[in-house]
Design a protein around this ligand. Structure first.
Ligand SMILES: Nc1ncnc2c1ncn2[C@@H]1O[C@H](COP(=O)(O)OP(=O)(O)OP(=O)(O)O)[C@@H](O)[C@H]1O
Ligand SMILES: [Mg+2]
Length: 397
């Protein structure tokens, strides 16, 4: 790609106005987007229906998804909701009954899997055990007719990217699970796929390796600018790596948004309970506000009216303790009306503390989360405290 002097100057001007306008795409992001547009752009799935032979229900039911060029979208949902089916449909590994799949604006619906220019990594490593790491990574290039020198160069480059350059000669059966999954990732990236598809690639690994490799996959994905769809049922994994998360239920995406929006503004009860912890508190709603324990809480769009259950995050409940074990807790601190509760268990989670309590009158269970530094010193199992939901927008269902 060559730039004329004029173009170069224009892009300098753009860069300085970018800095002033925080809403626009940065130059680094533009470069990533341009690169991945060269490579094939984003993915669109439009109105996909999938029914497995002999099954009475749809595995995908009018499924719609748009993945932007260079973006990492995570499909999150419980077992059987259709995540793998959606991914396999993009790859061309499933016959779909209706709908269209576009990549970079081109209709791929009738294109066979091996002509779609995609790479997939599965939960099981699916490597050749009697081949070295290098041979495994070279394999995909070999079947695409890439010459031996070029093959070796590209394979080594990808092994280096996943941190395994010094293990290239090792048989994959002699490698740890995390290393094998790195080889699988290098093999997928070696063919410079238009789209990278990852189906629970970390679920066979132990917790520590999982987090390490998760962060590495994200780094590599950003560096390579590869449009990626990542499937998991682990919400923490999804929140940690996604540009956007699509929460799936019964063969559809129930809500798709960036992690912060999804957490703060869940559109449905399913999404609110699937992402993060939530308390279910009884209240009365007029559609825009609810009264919960005498406290008024603004409501999110889509909230119900009348007698409702208000879904309140644990960090959005204030806990007011007595100054000492002899005192009673005082209301009106933070300007909130409190309701009496009894502390059952205090869980120390390092930087955070989670307090399980029950309301004194109704026995309604409550979970409250606060920074460890804000834990009142007099708080113990059995303490009586006042609790009050903070006026942070919540969903009433
Ligand atoms: N080959 C198949 N034949 C028949 N039904 C299938 C087949 N594969 C999946 N299904 C059904 O389709 C639905 C969606 O399955 P899918 O594998 O996409 O779910 P998933 O979200 O990936 O679940 P998990 O988290 O357990 O991997 C399920 O009800 C499942 O039983
Ligand atoms: Mg699956």
């Amino acid at each position: 790609m060559s730039l004329t002097q004029g173009n170069t100057m224009t892009s300098h001007t753009d860069a300085s106005s970018d800095a002033a306008d925080s809403g626009s795409v940065t130059r680094a992001a533009q470069a990533v987007l341009a690169q991945s547009t060269d490579r094939g752009g984003g993915v669109q799935m439009i109105g996909i229906d999938k029914i497995y032979p002999g099954s009475g229900s749809k595995a995908l039911d009018d499924f719609n998804l748009e993945v932007k060029p260079g973006e990492m979208v995570v499909l999150l949902g419980g077992s059987g909701c259709g995540k793998s089916t959606a991914l396999r449909s993009i790859a061309g590994l499933e016959d779909i009954q209706s709908g269209r799949i576009l990549v970079g604006g081109q209709d791929m619906t009738a294109v066979p899997a091996n002509k779609r220019g995609m790479a997939m990594v599965f939960q099981a490593y699916s490597l050749f055990p009697h081949m070295s790491a290098l041979e495994n990574v070279e394999f995909g290039l070999e079947i695409r007719g890439v010459g031996s020198e070029e093959r070796r160069r590209r394979a080594m480059e990808k092994l280096d990217l996943v941190g395994l350059a010094d293990q290239a000669a090792k048989y994959t059966q002699q490698m740890s699970g995390g290393q094998q999954q790195r080889v699988a990732l290098a093999r997928a990236l070696a063919i410079n796929p238009k789209v990278l598809l990852l189906d629970e690639p970390l679920s066979a690994l132990d917790a520590k390796v999982r987090v390490q490799l998760r962060d590495e996959i994200r780094r590599i994905q950003i560096e390579a600018g590869t449009t990626t769809v990542f499937v998991t049922h682990d919400q923490e994994e999804a929140l940690a790596i996604a540009d956007r998360i699509g929460v799936m239920n019964h063969g559809r995406i129930e809500q798709i948004a960036d992690p912060v929006t999804l957490y703060r503004e869940p559109a449905t009860e399913y999404v609110a309970t699937f992402i993060g912890l939530t308390n279910r508190l009884p209240g009365h709603s007029d559609g825009t506000q609810a009264e919960v324990f005498g406290q008024r809480i603004p409501l999110l769009k889509g909230s119900r009216t009348g007698d409702v259950t208000v879904l309140v995050r644990p960090e959005n409940i204030a806990l007011i303790a007595a100054d000492s074990e002899q005192d009673a807790p005082k209301a009106d601190r933070e300007g909130l009306n409190g309701t009496e509760a009894r502390v059952n268990v205090i869980h120390f989670l390092g930087a955070l503390v989670r307090v399980d309590a029950v309301l004194t009158g109704s026995g309604t269970p409550l979970t409250i989360q606060l920074p460890a530094g804000e834990l009142p010193p007099s708080l113990n199992t059995g303490s009586t405290v006042l609790v009050a939901p903070r006026p942070v927008p919540a969903l009433a269902v």
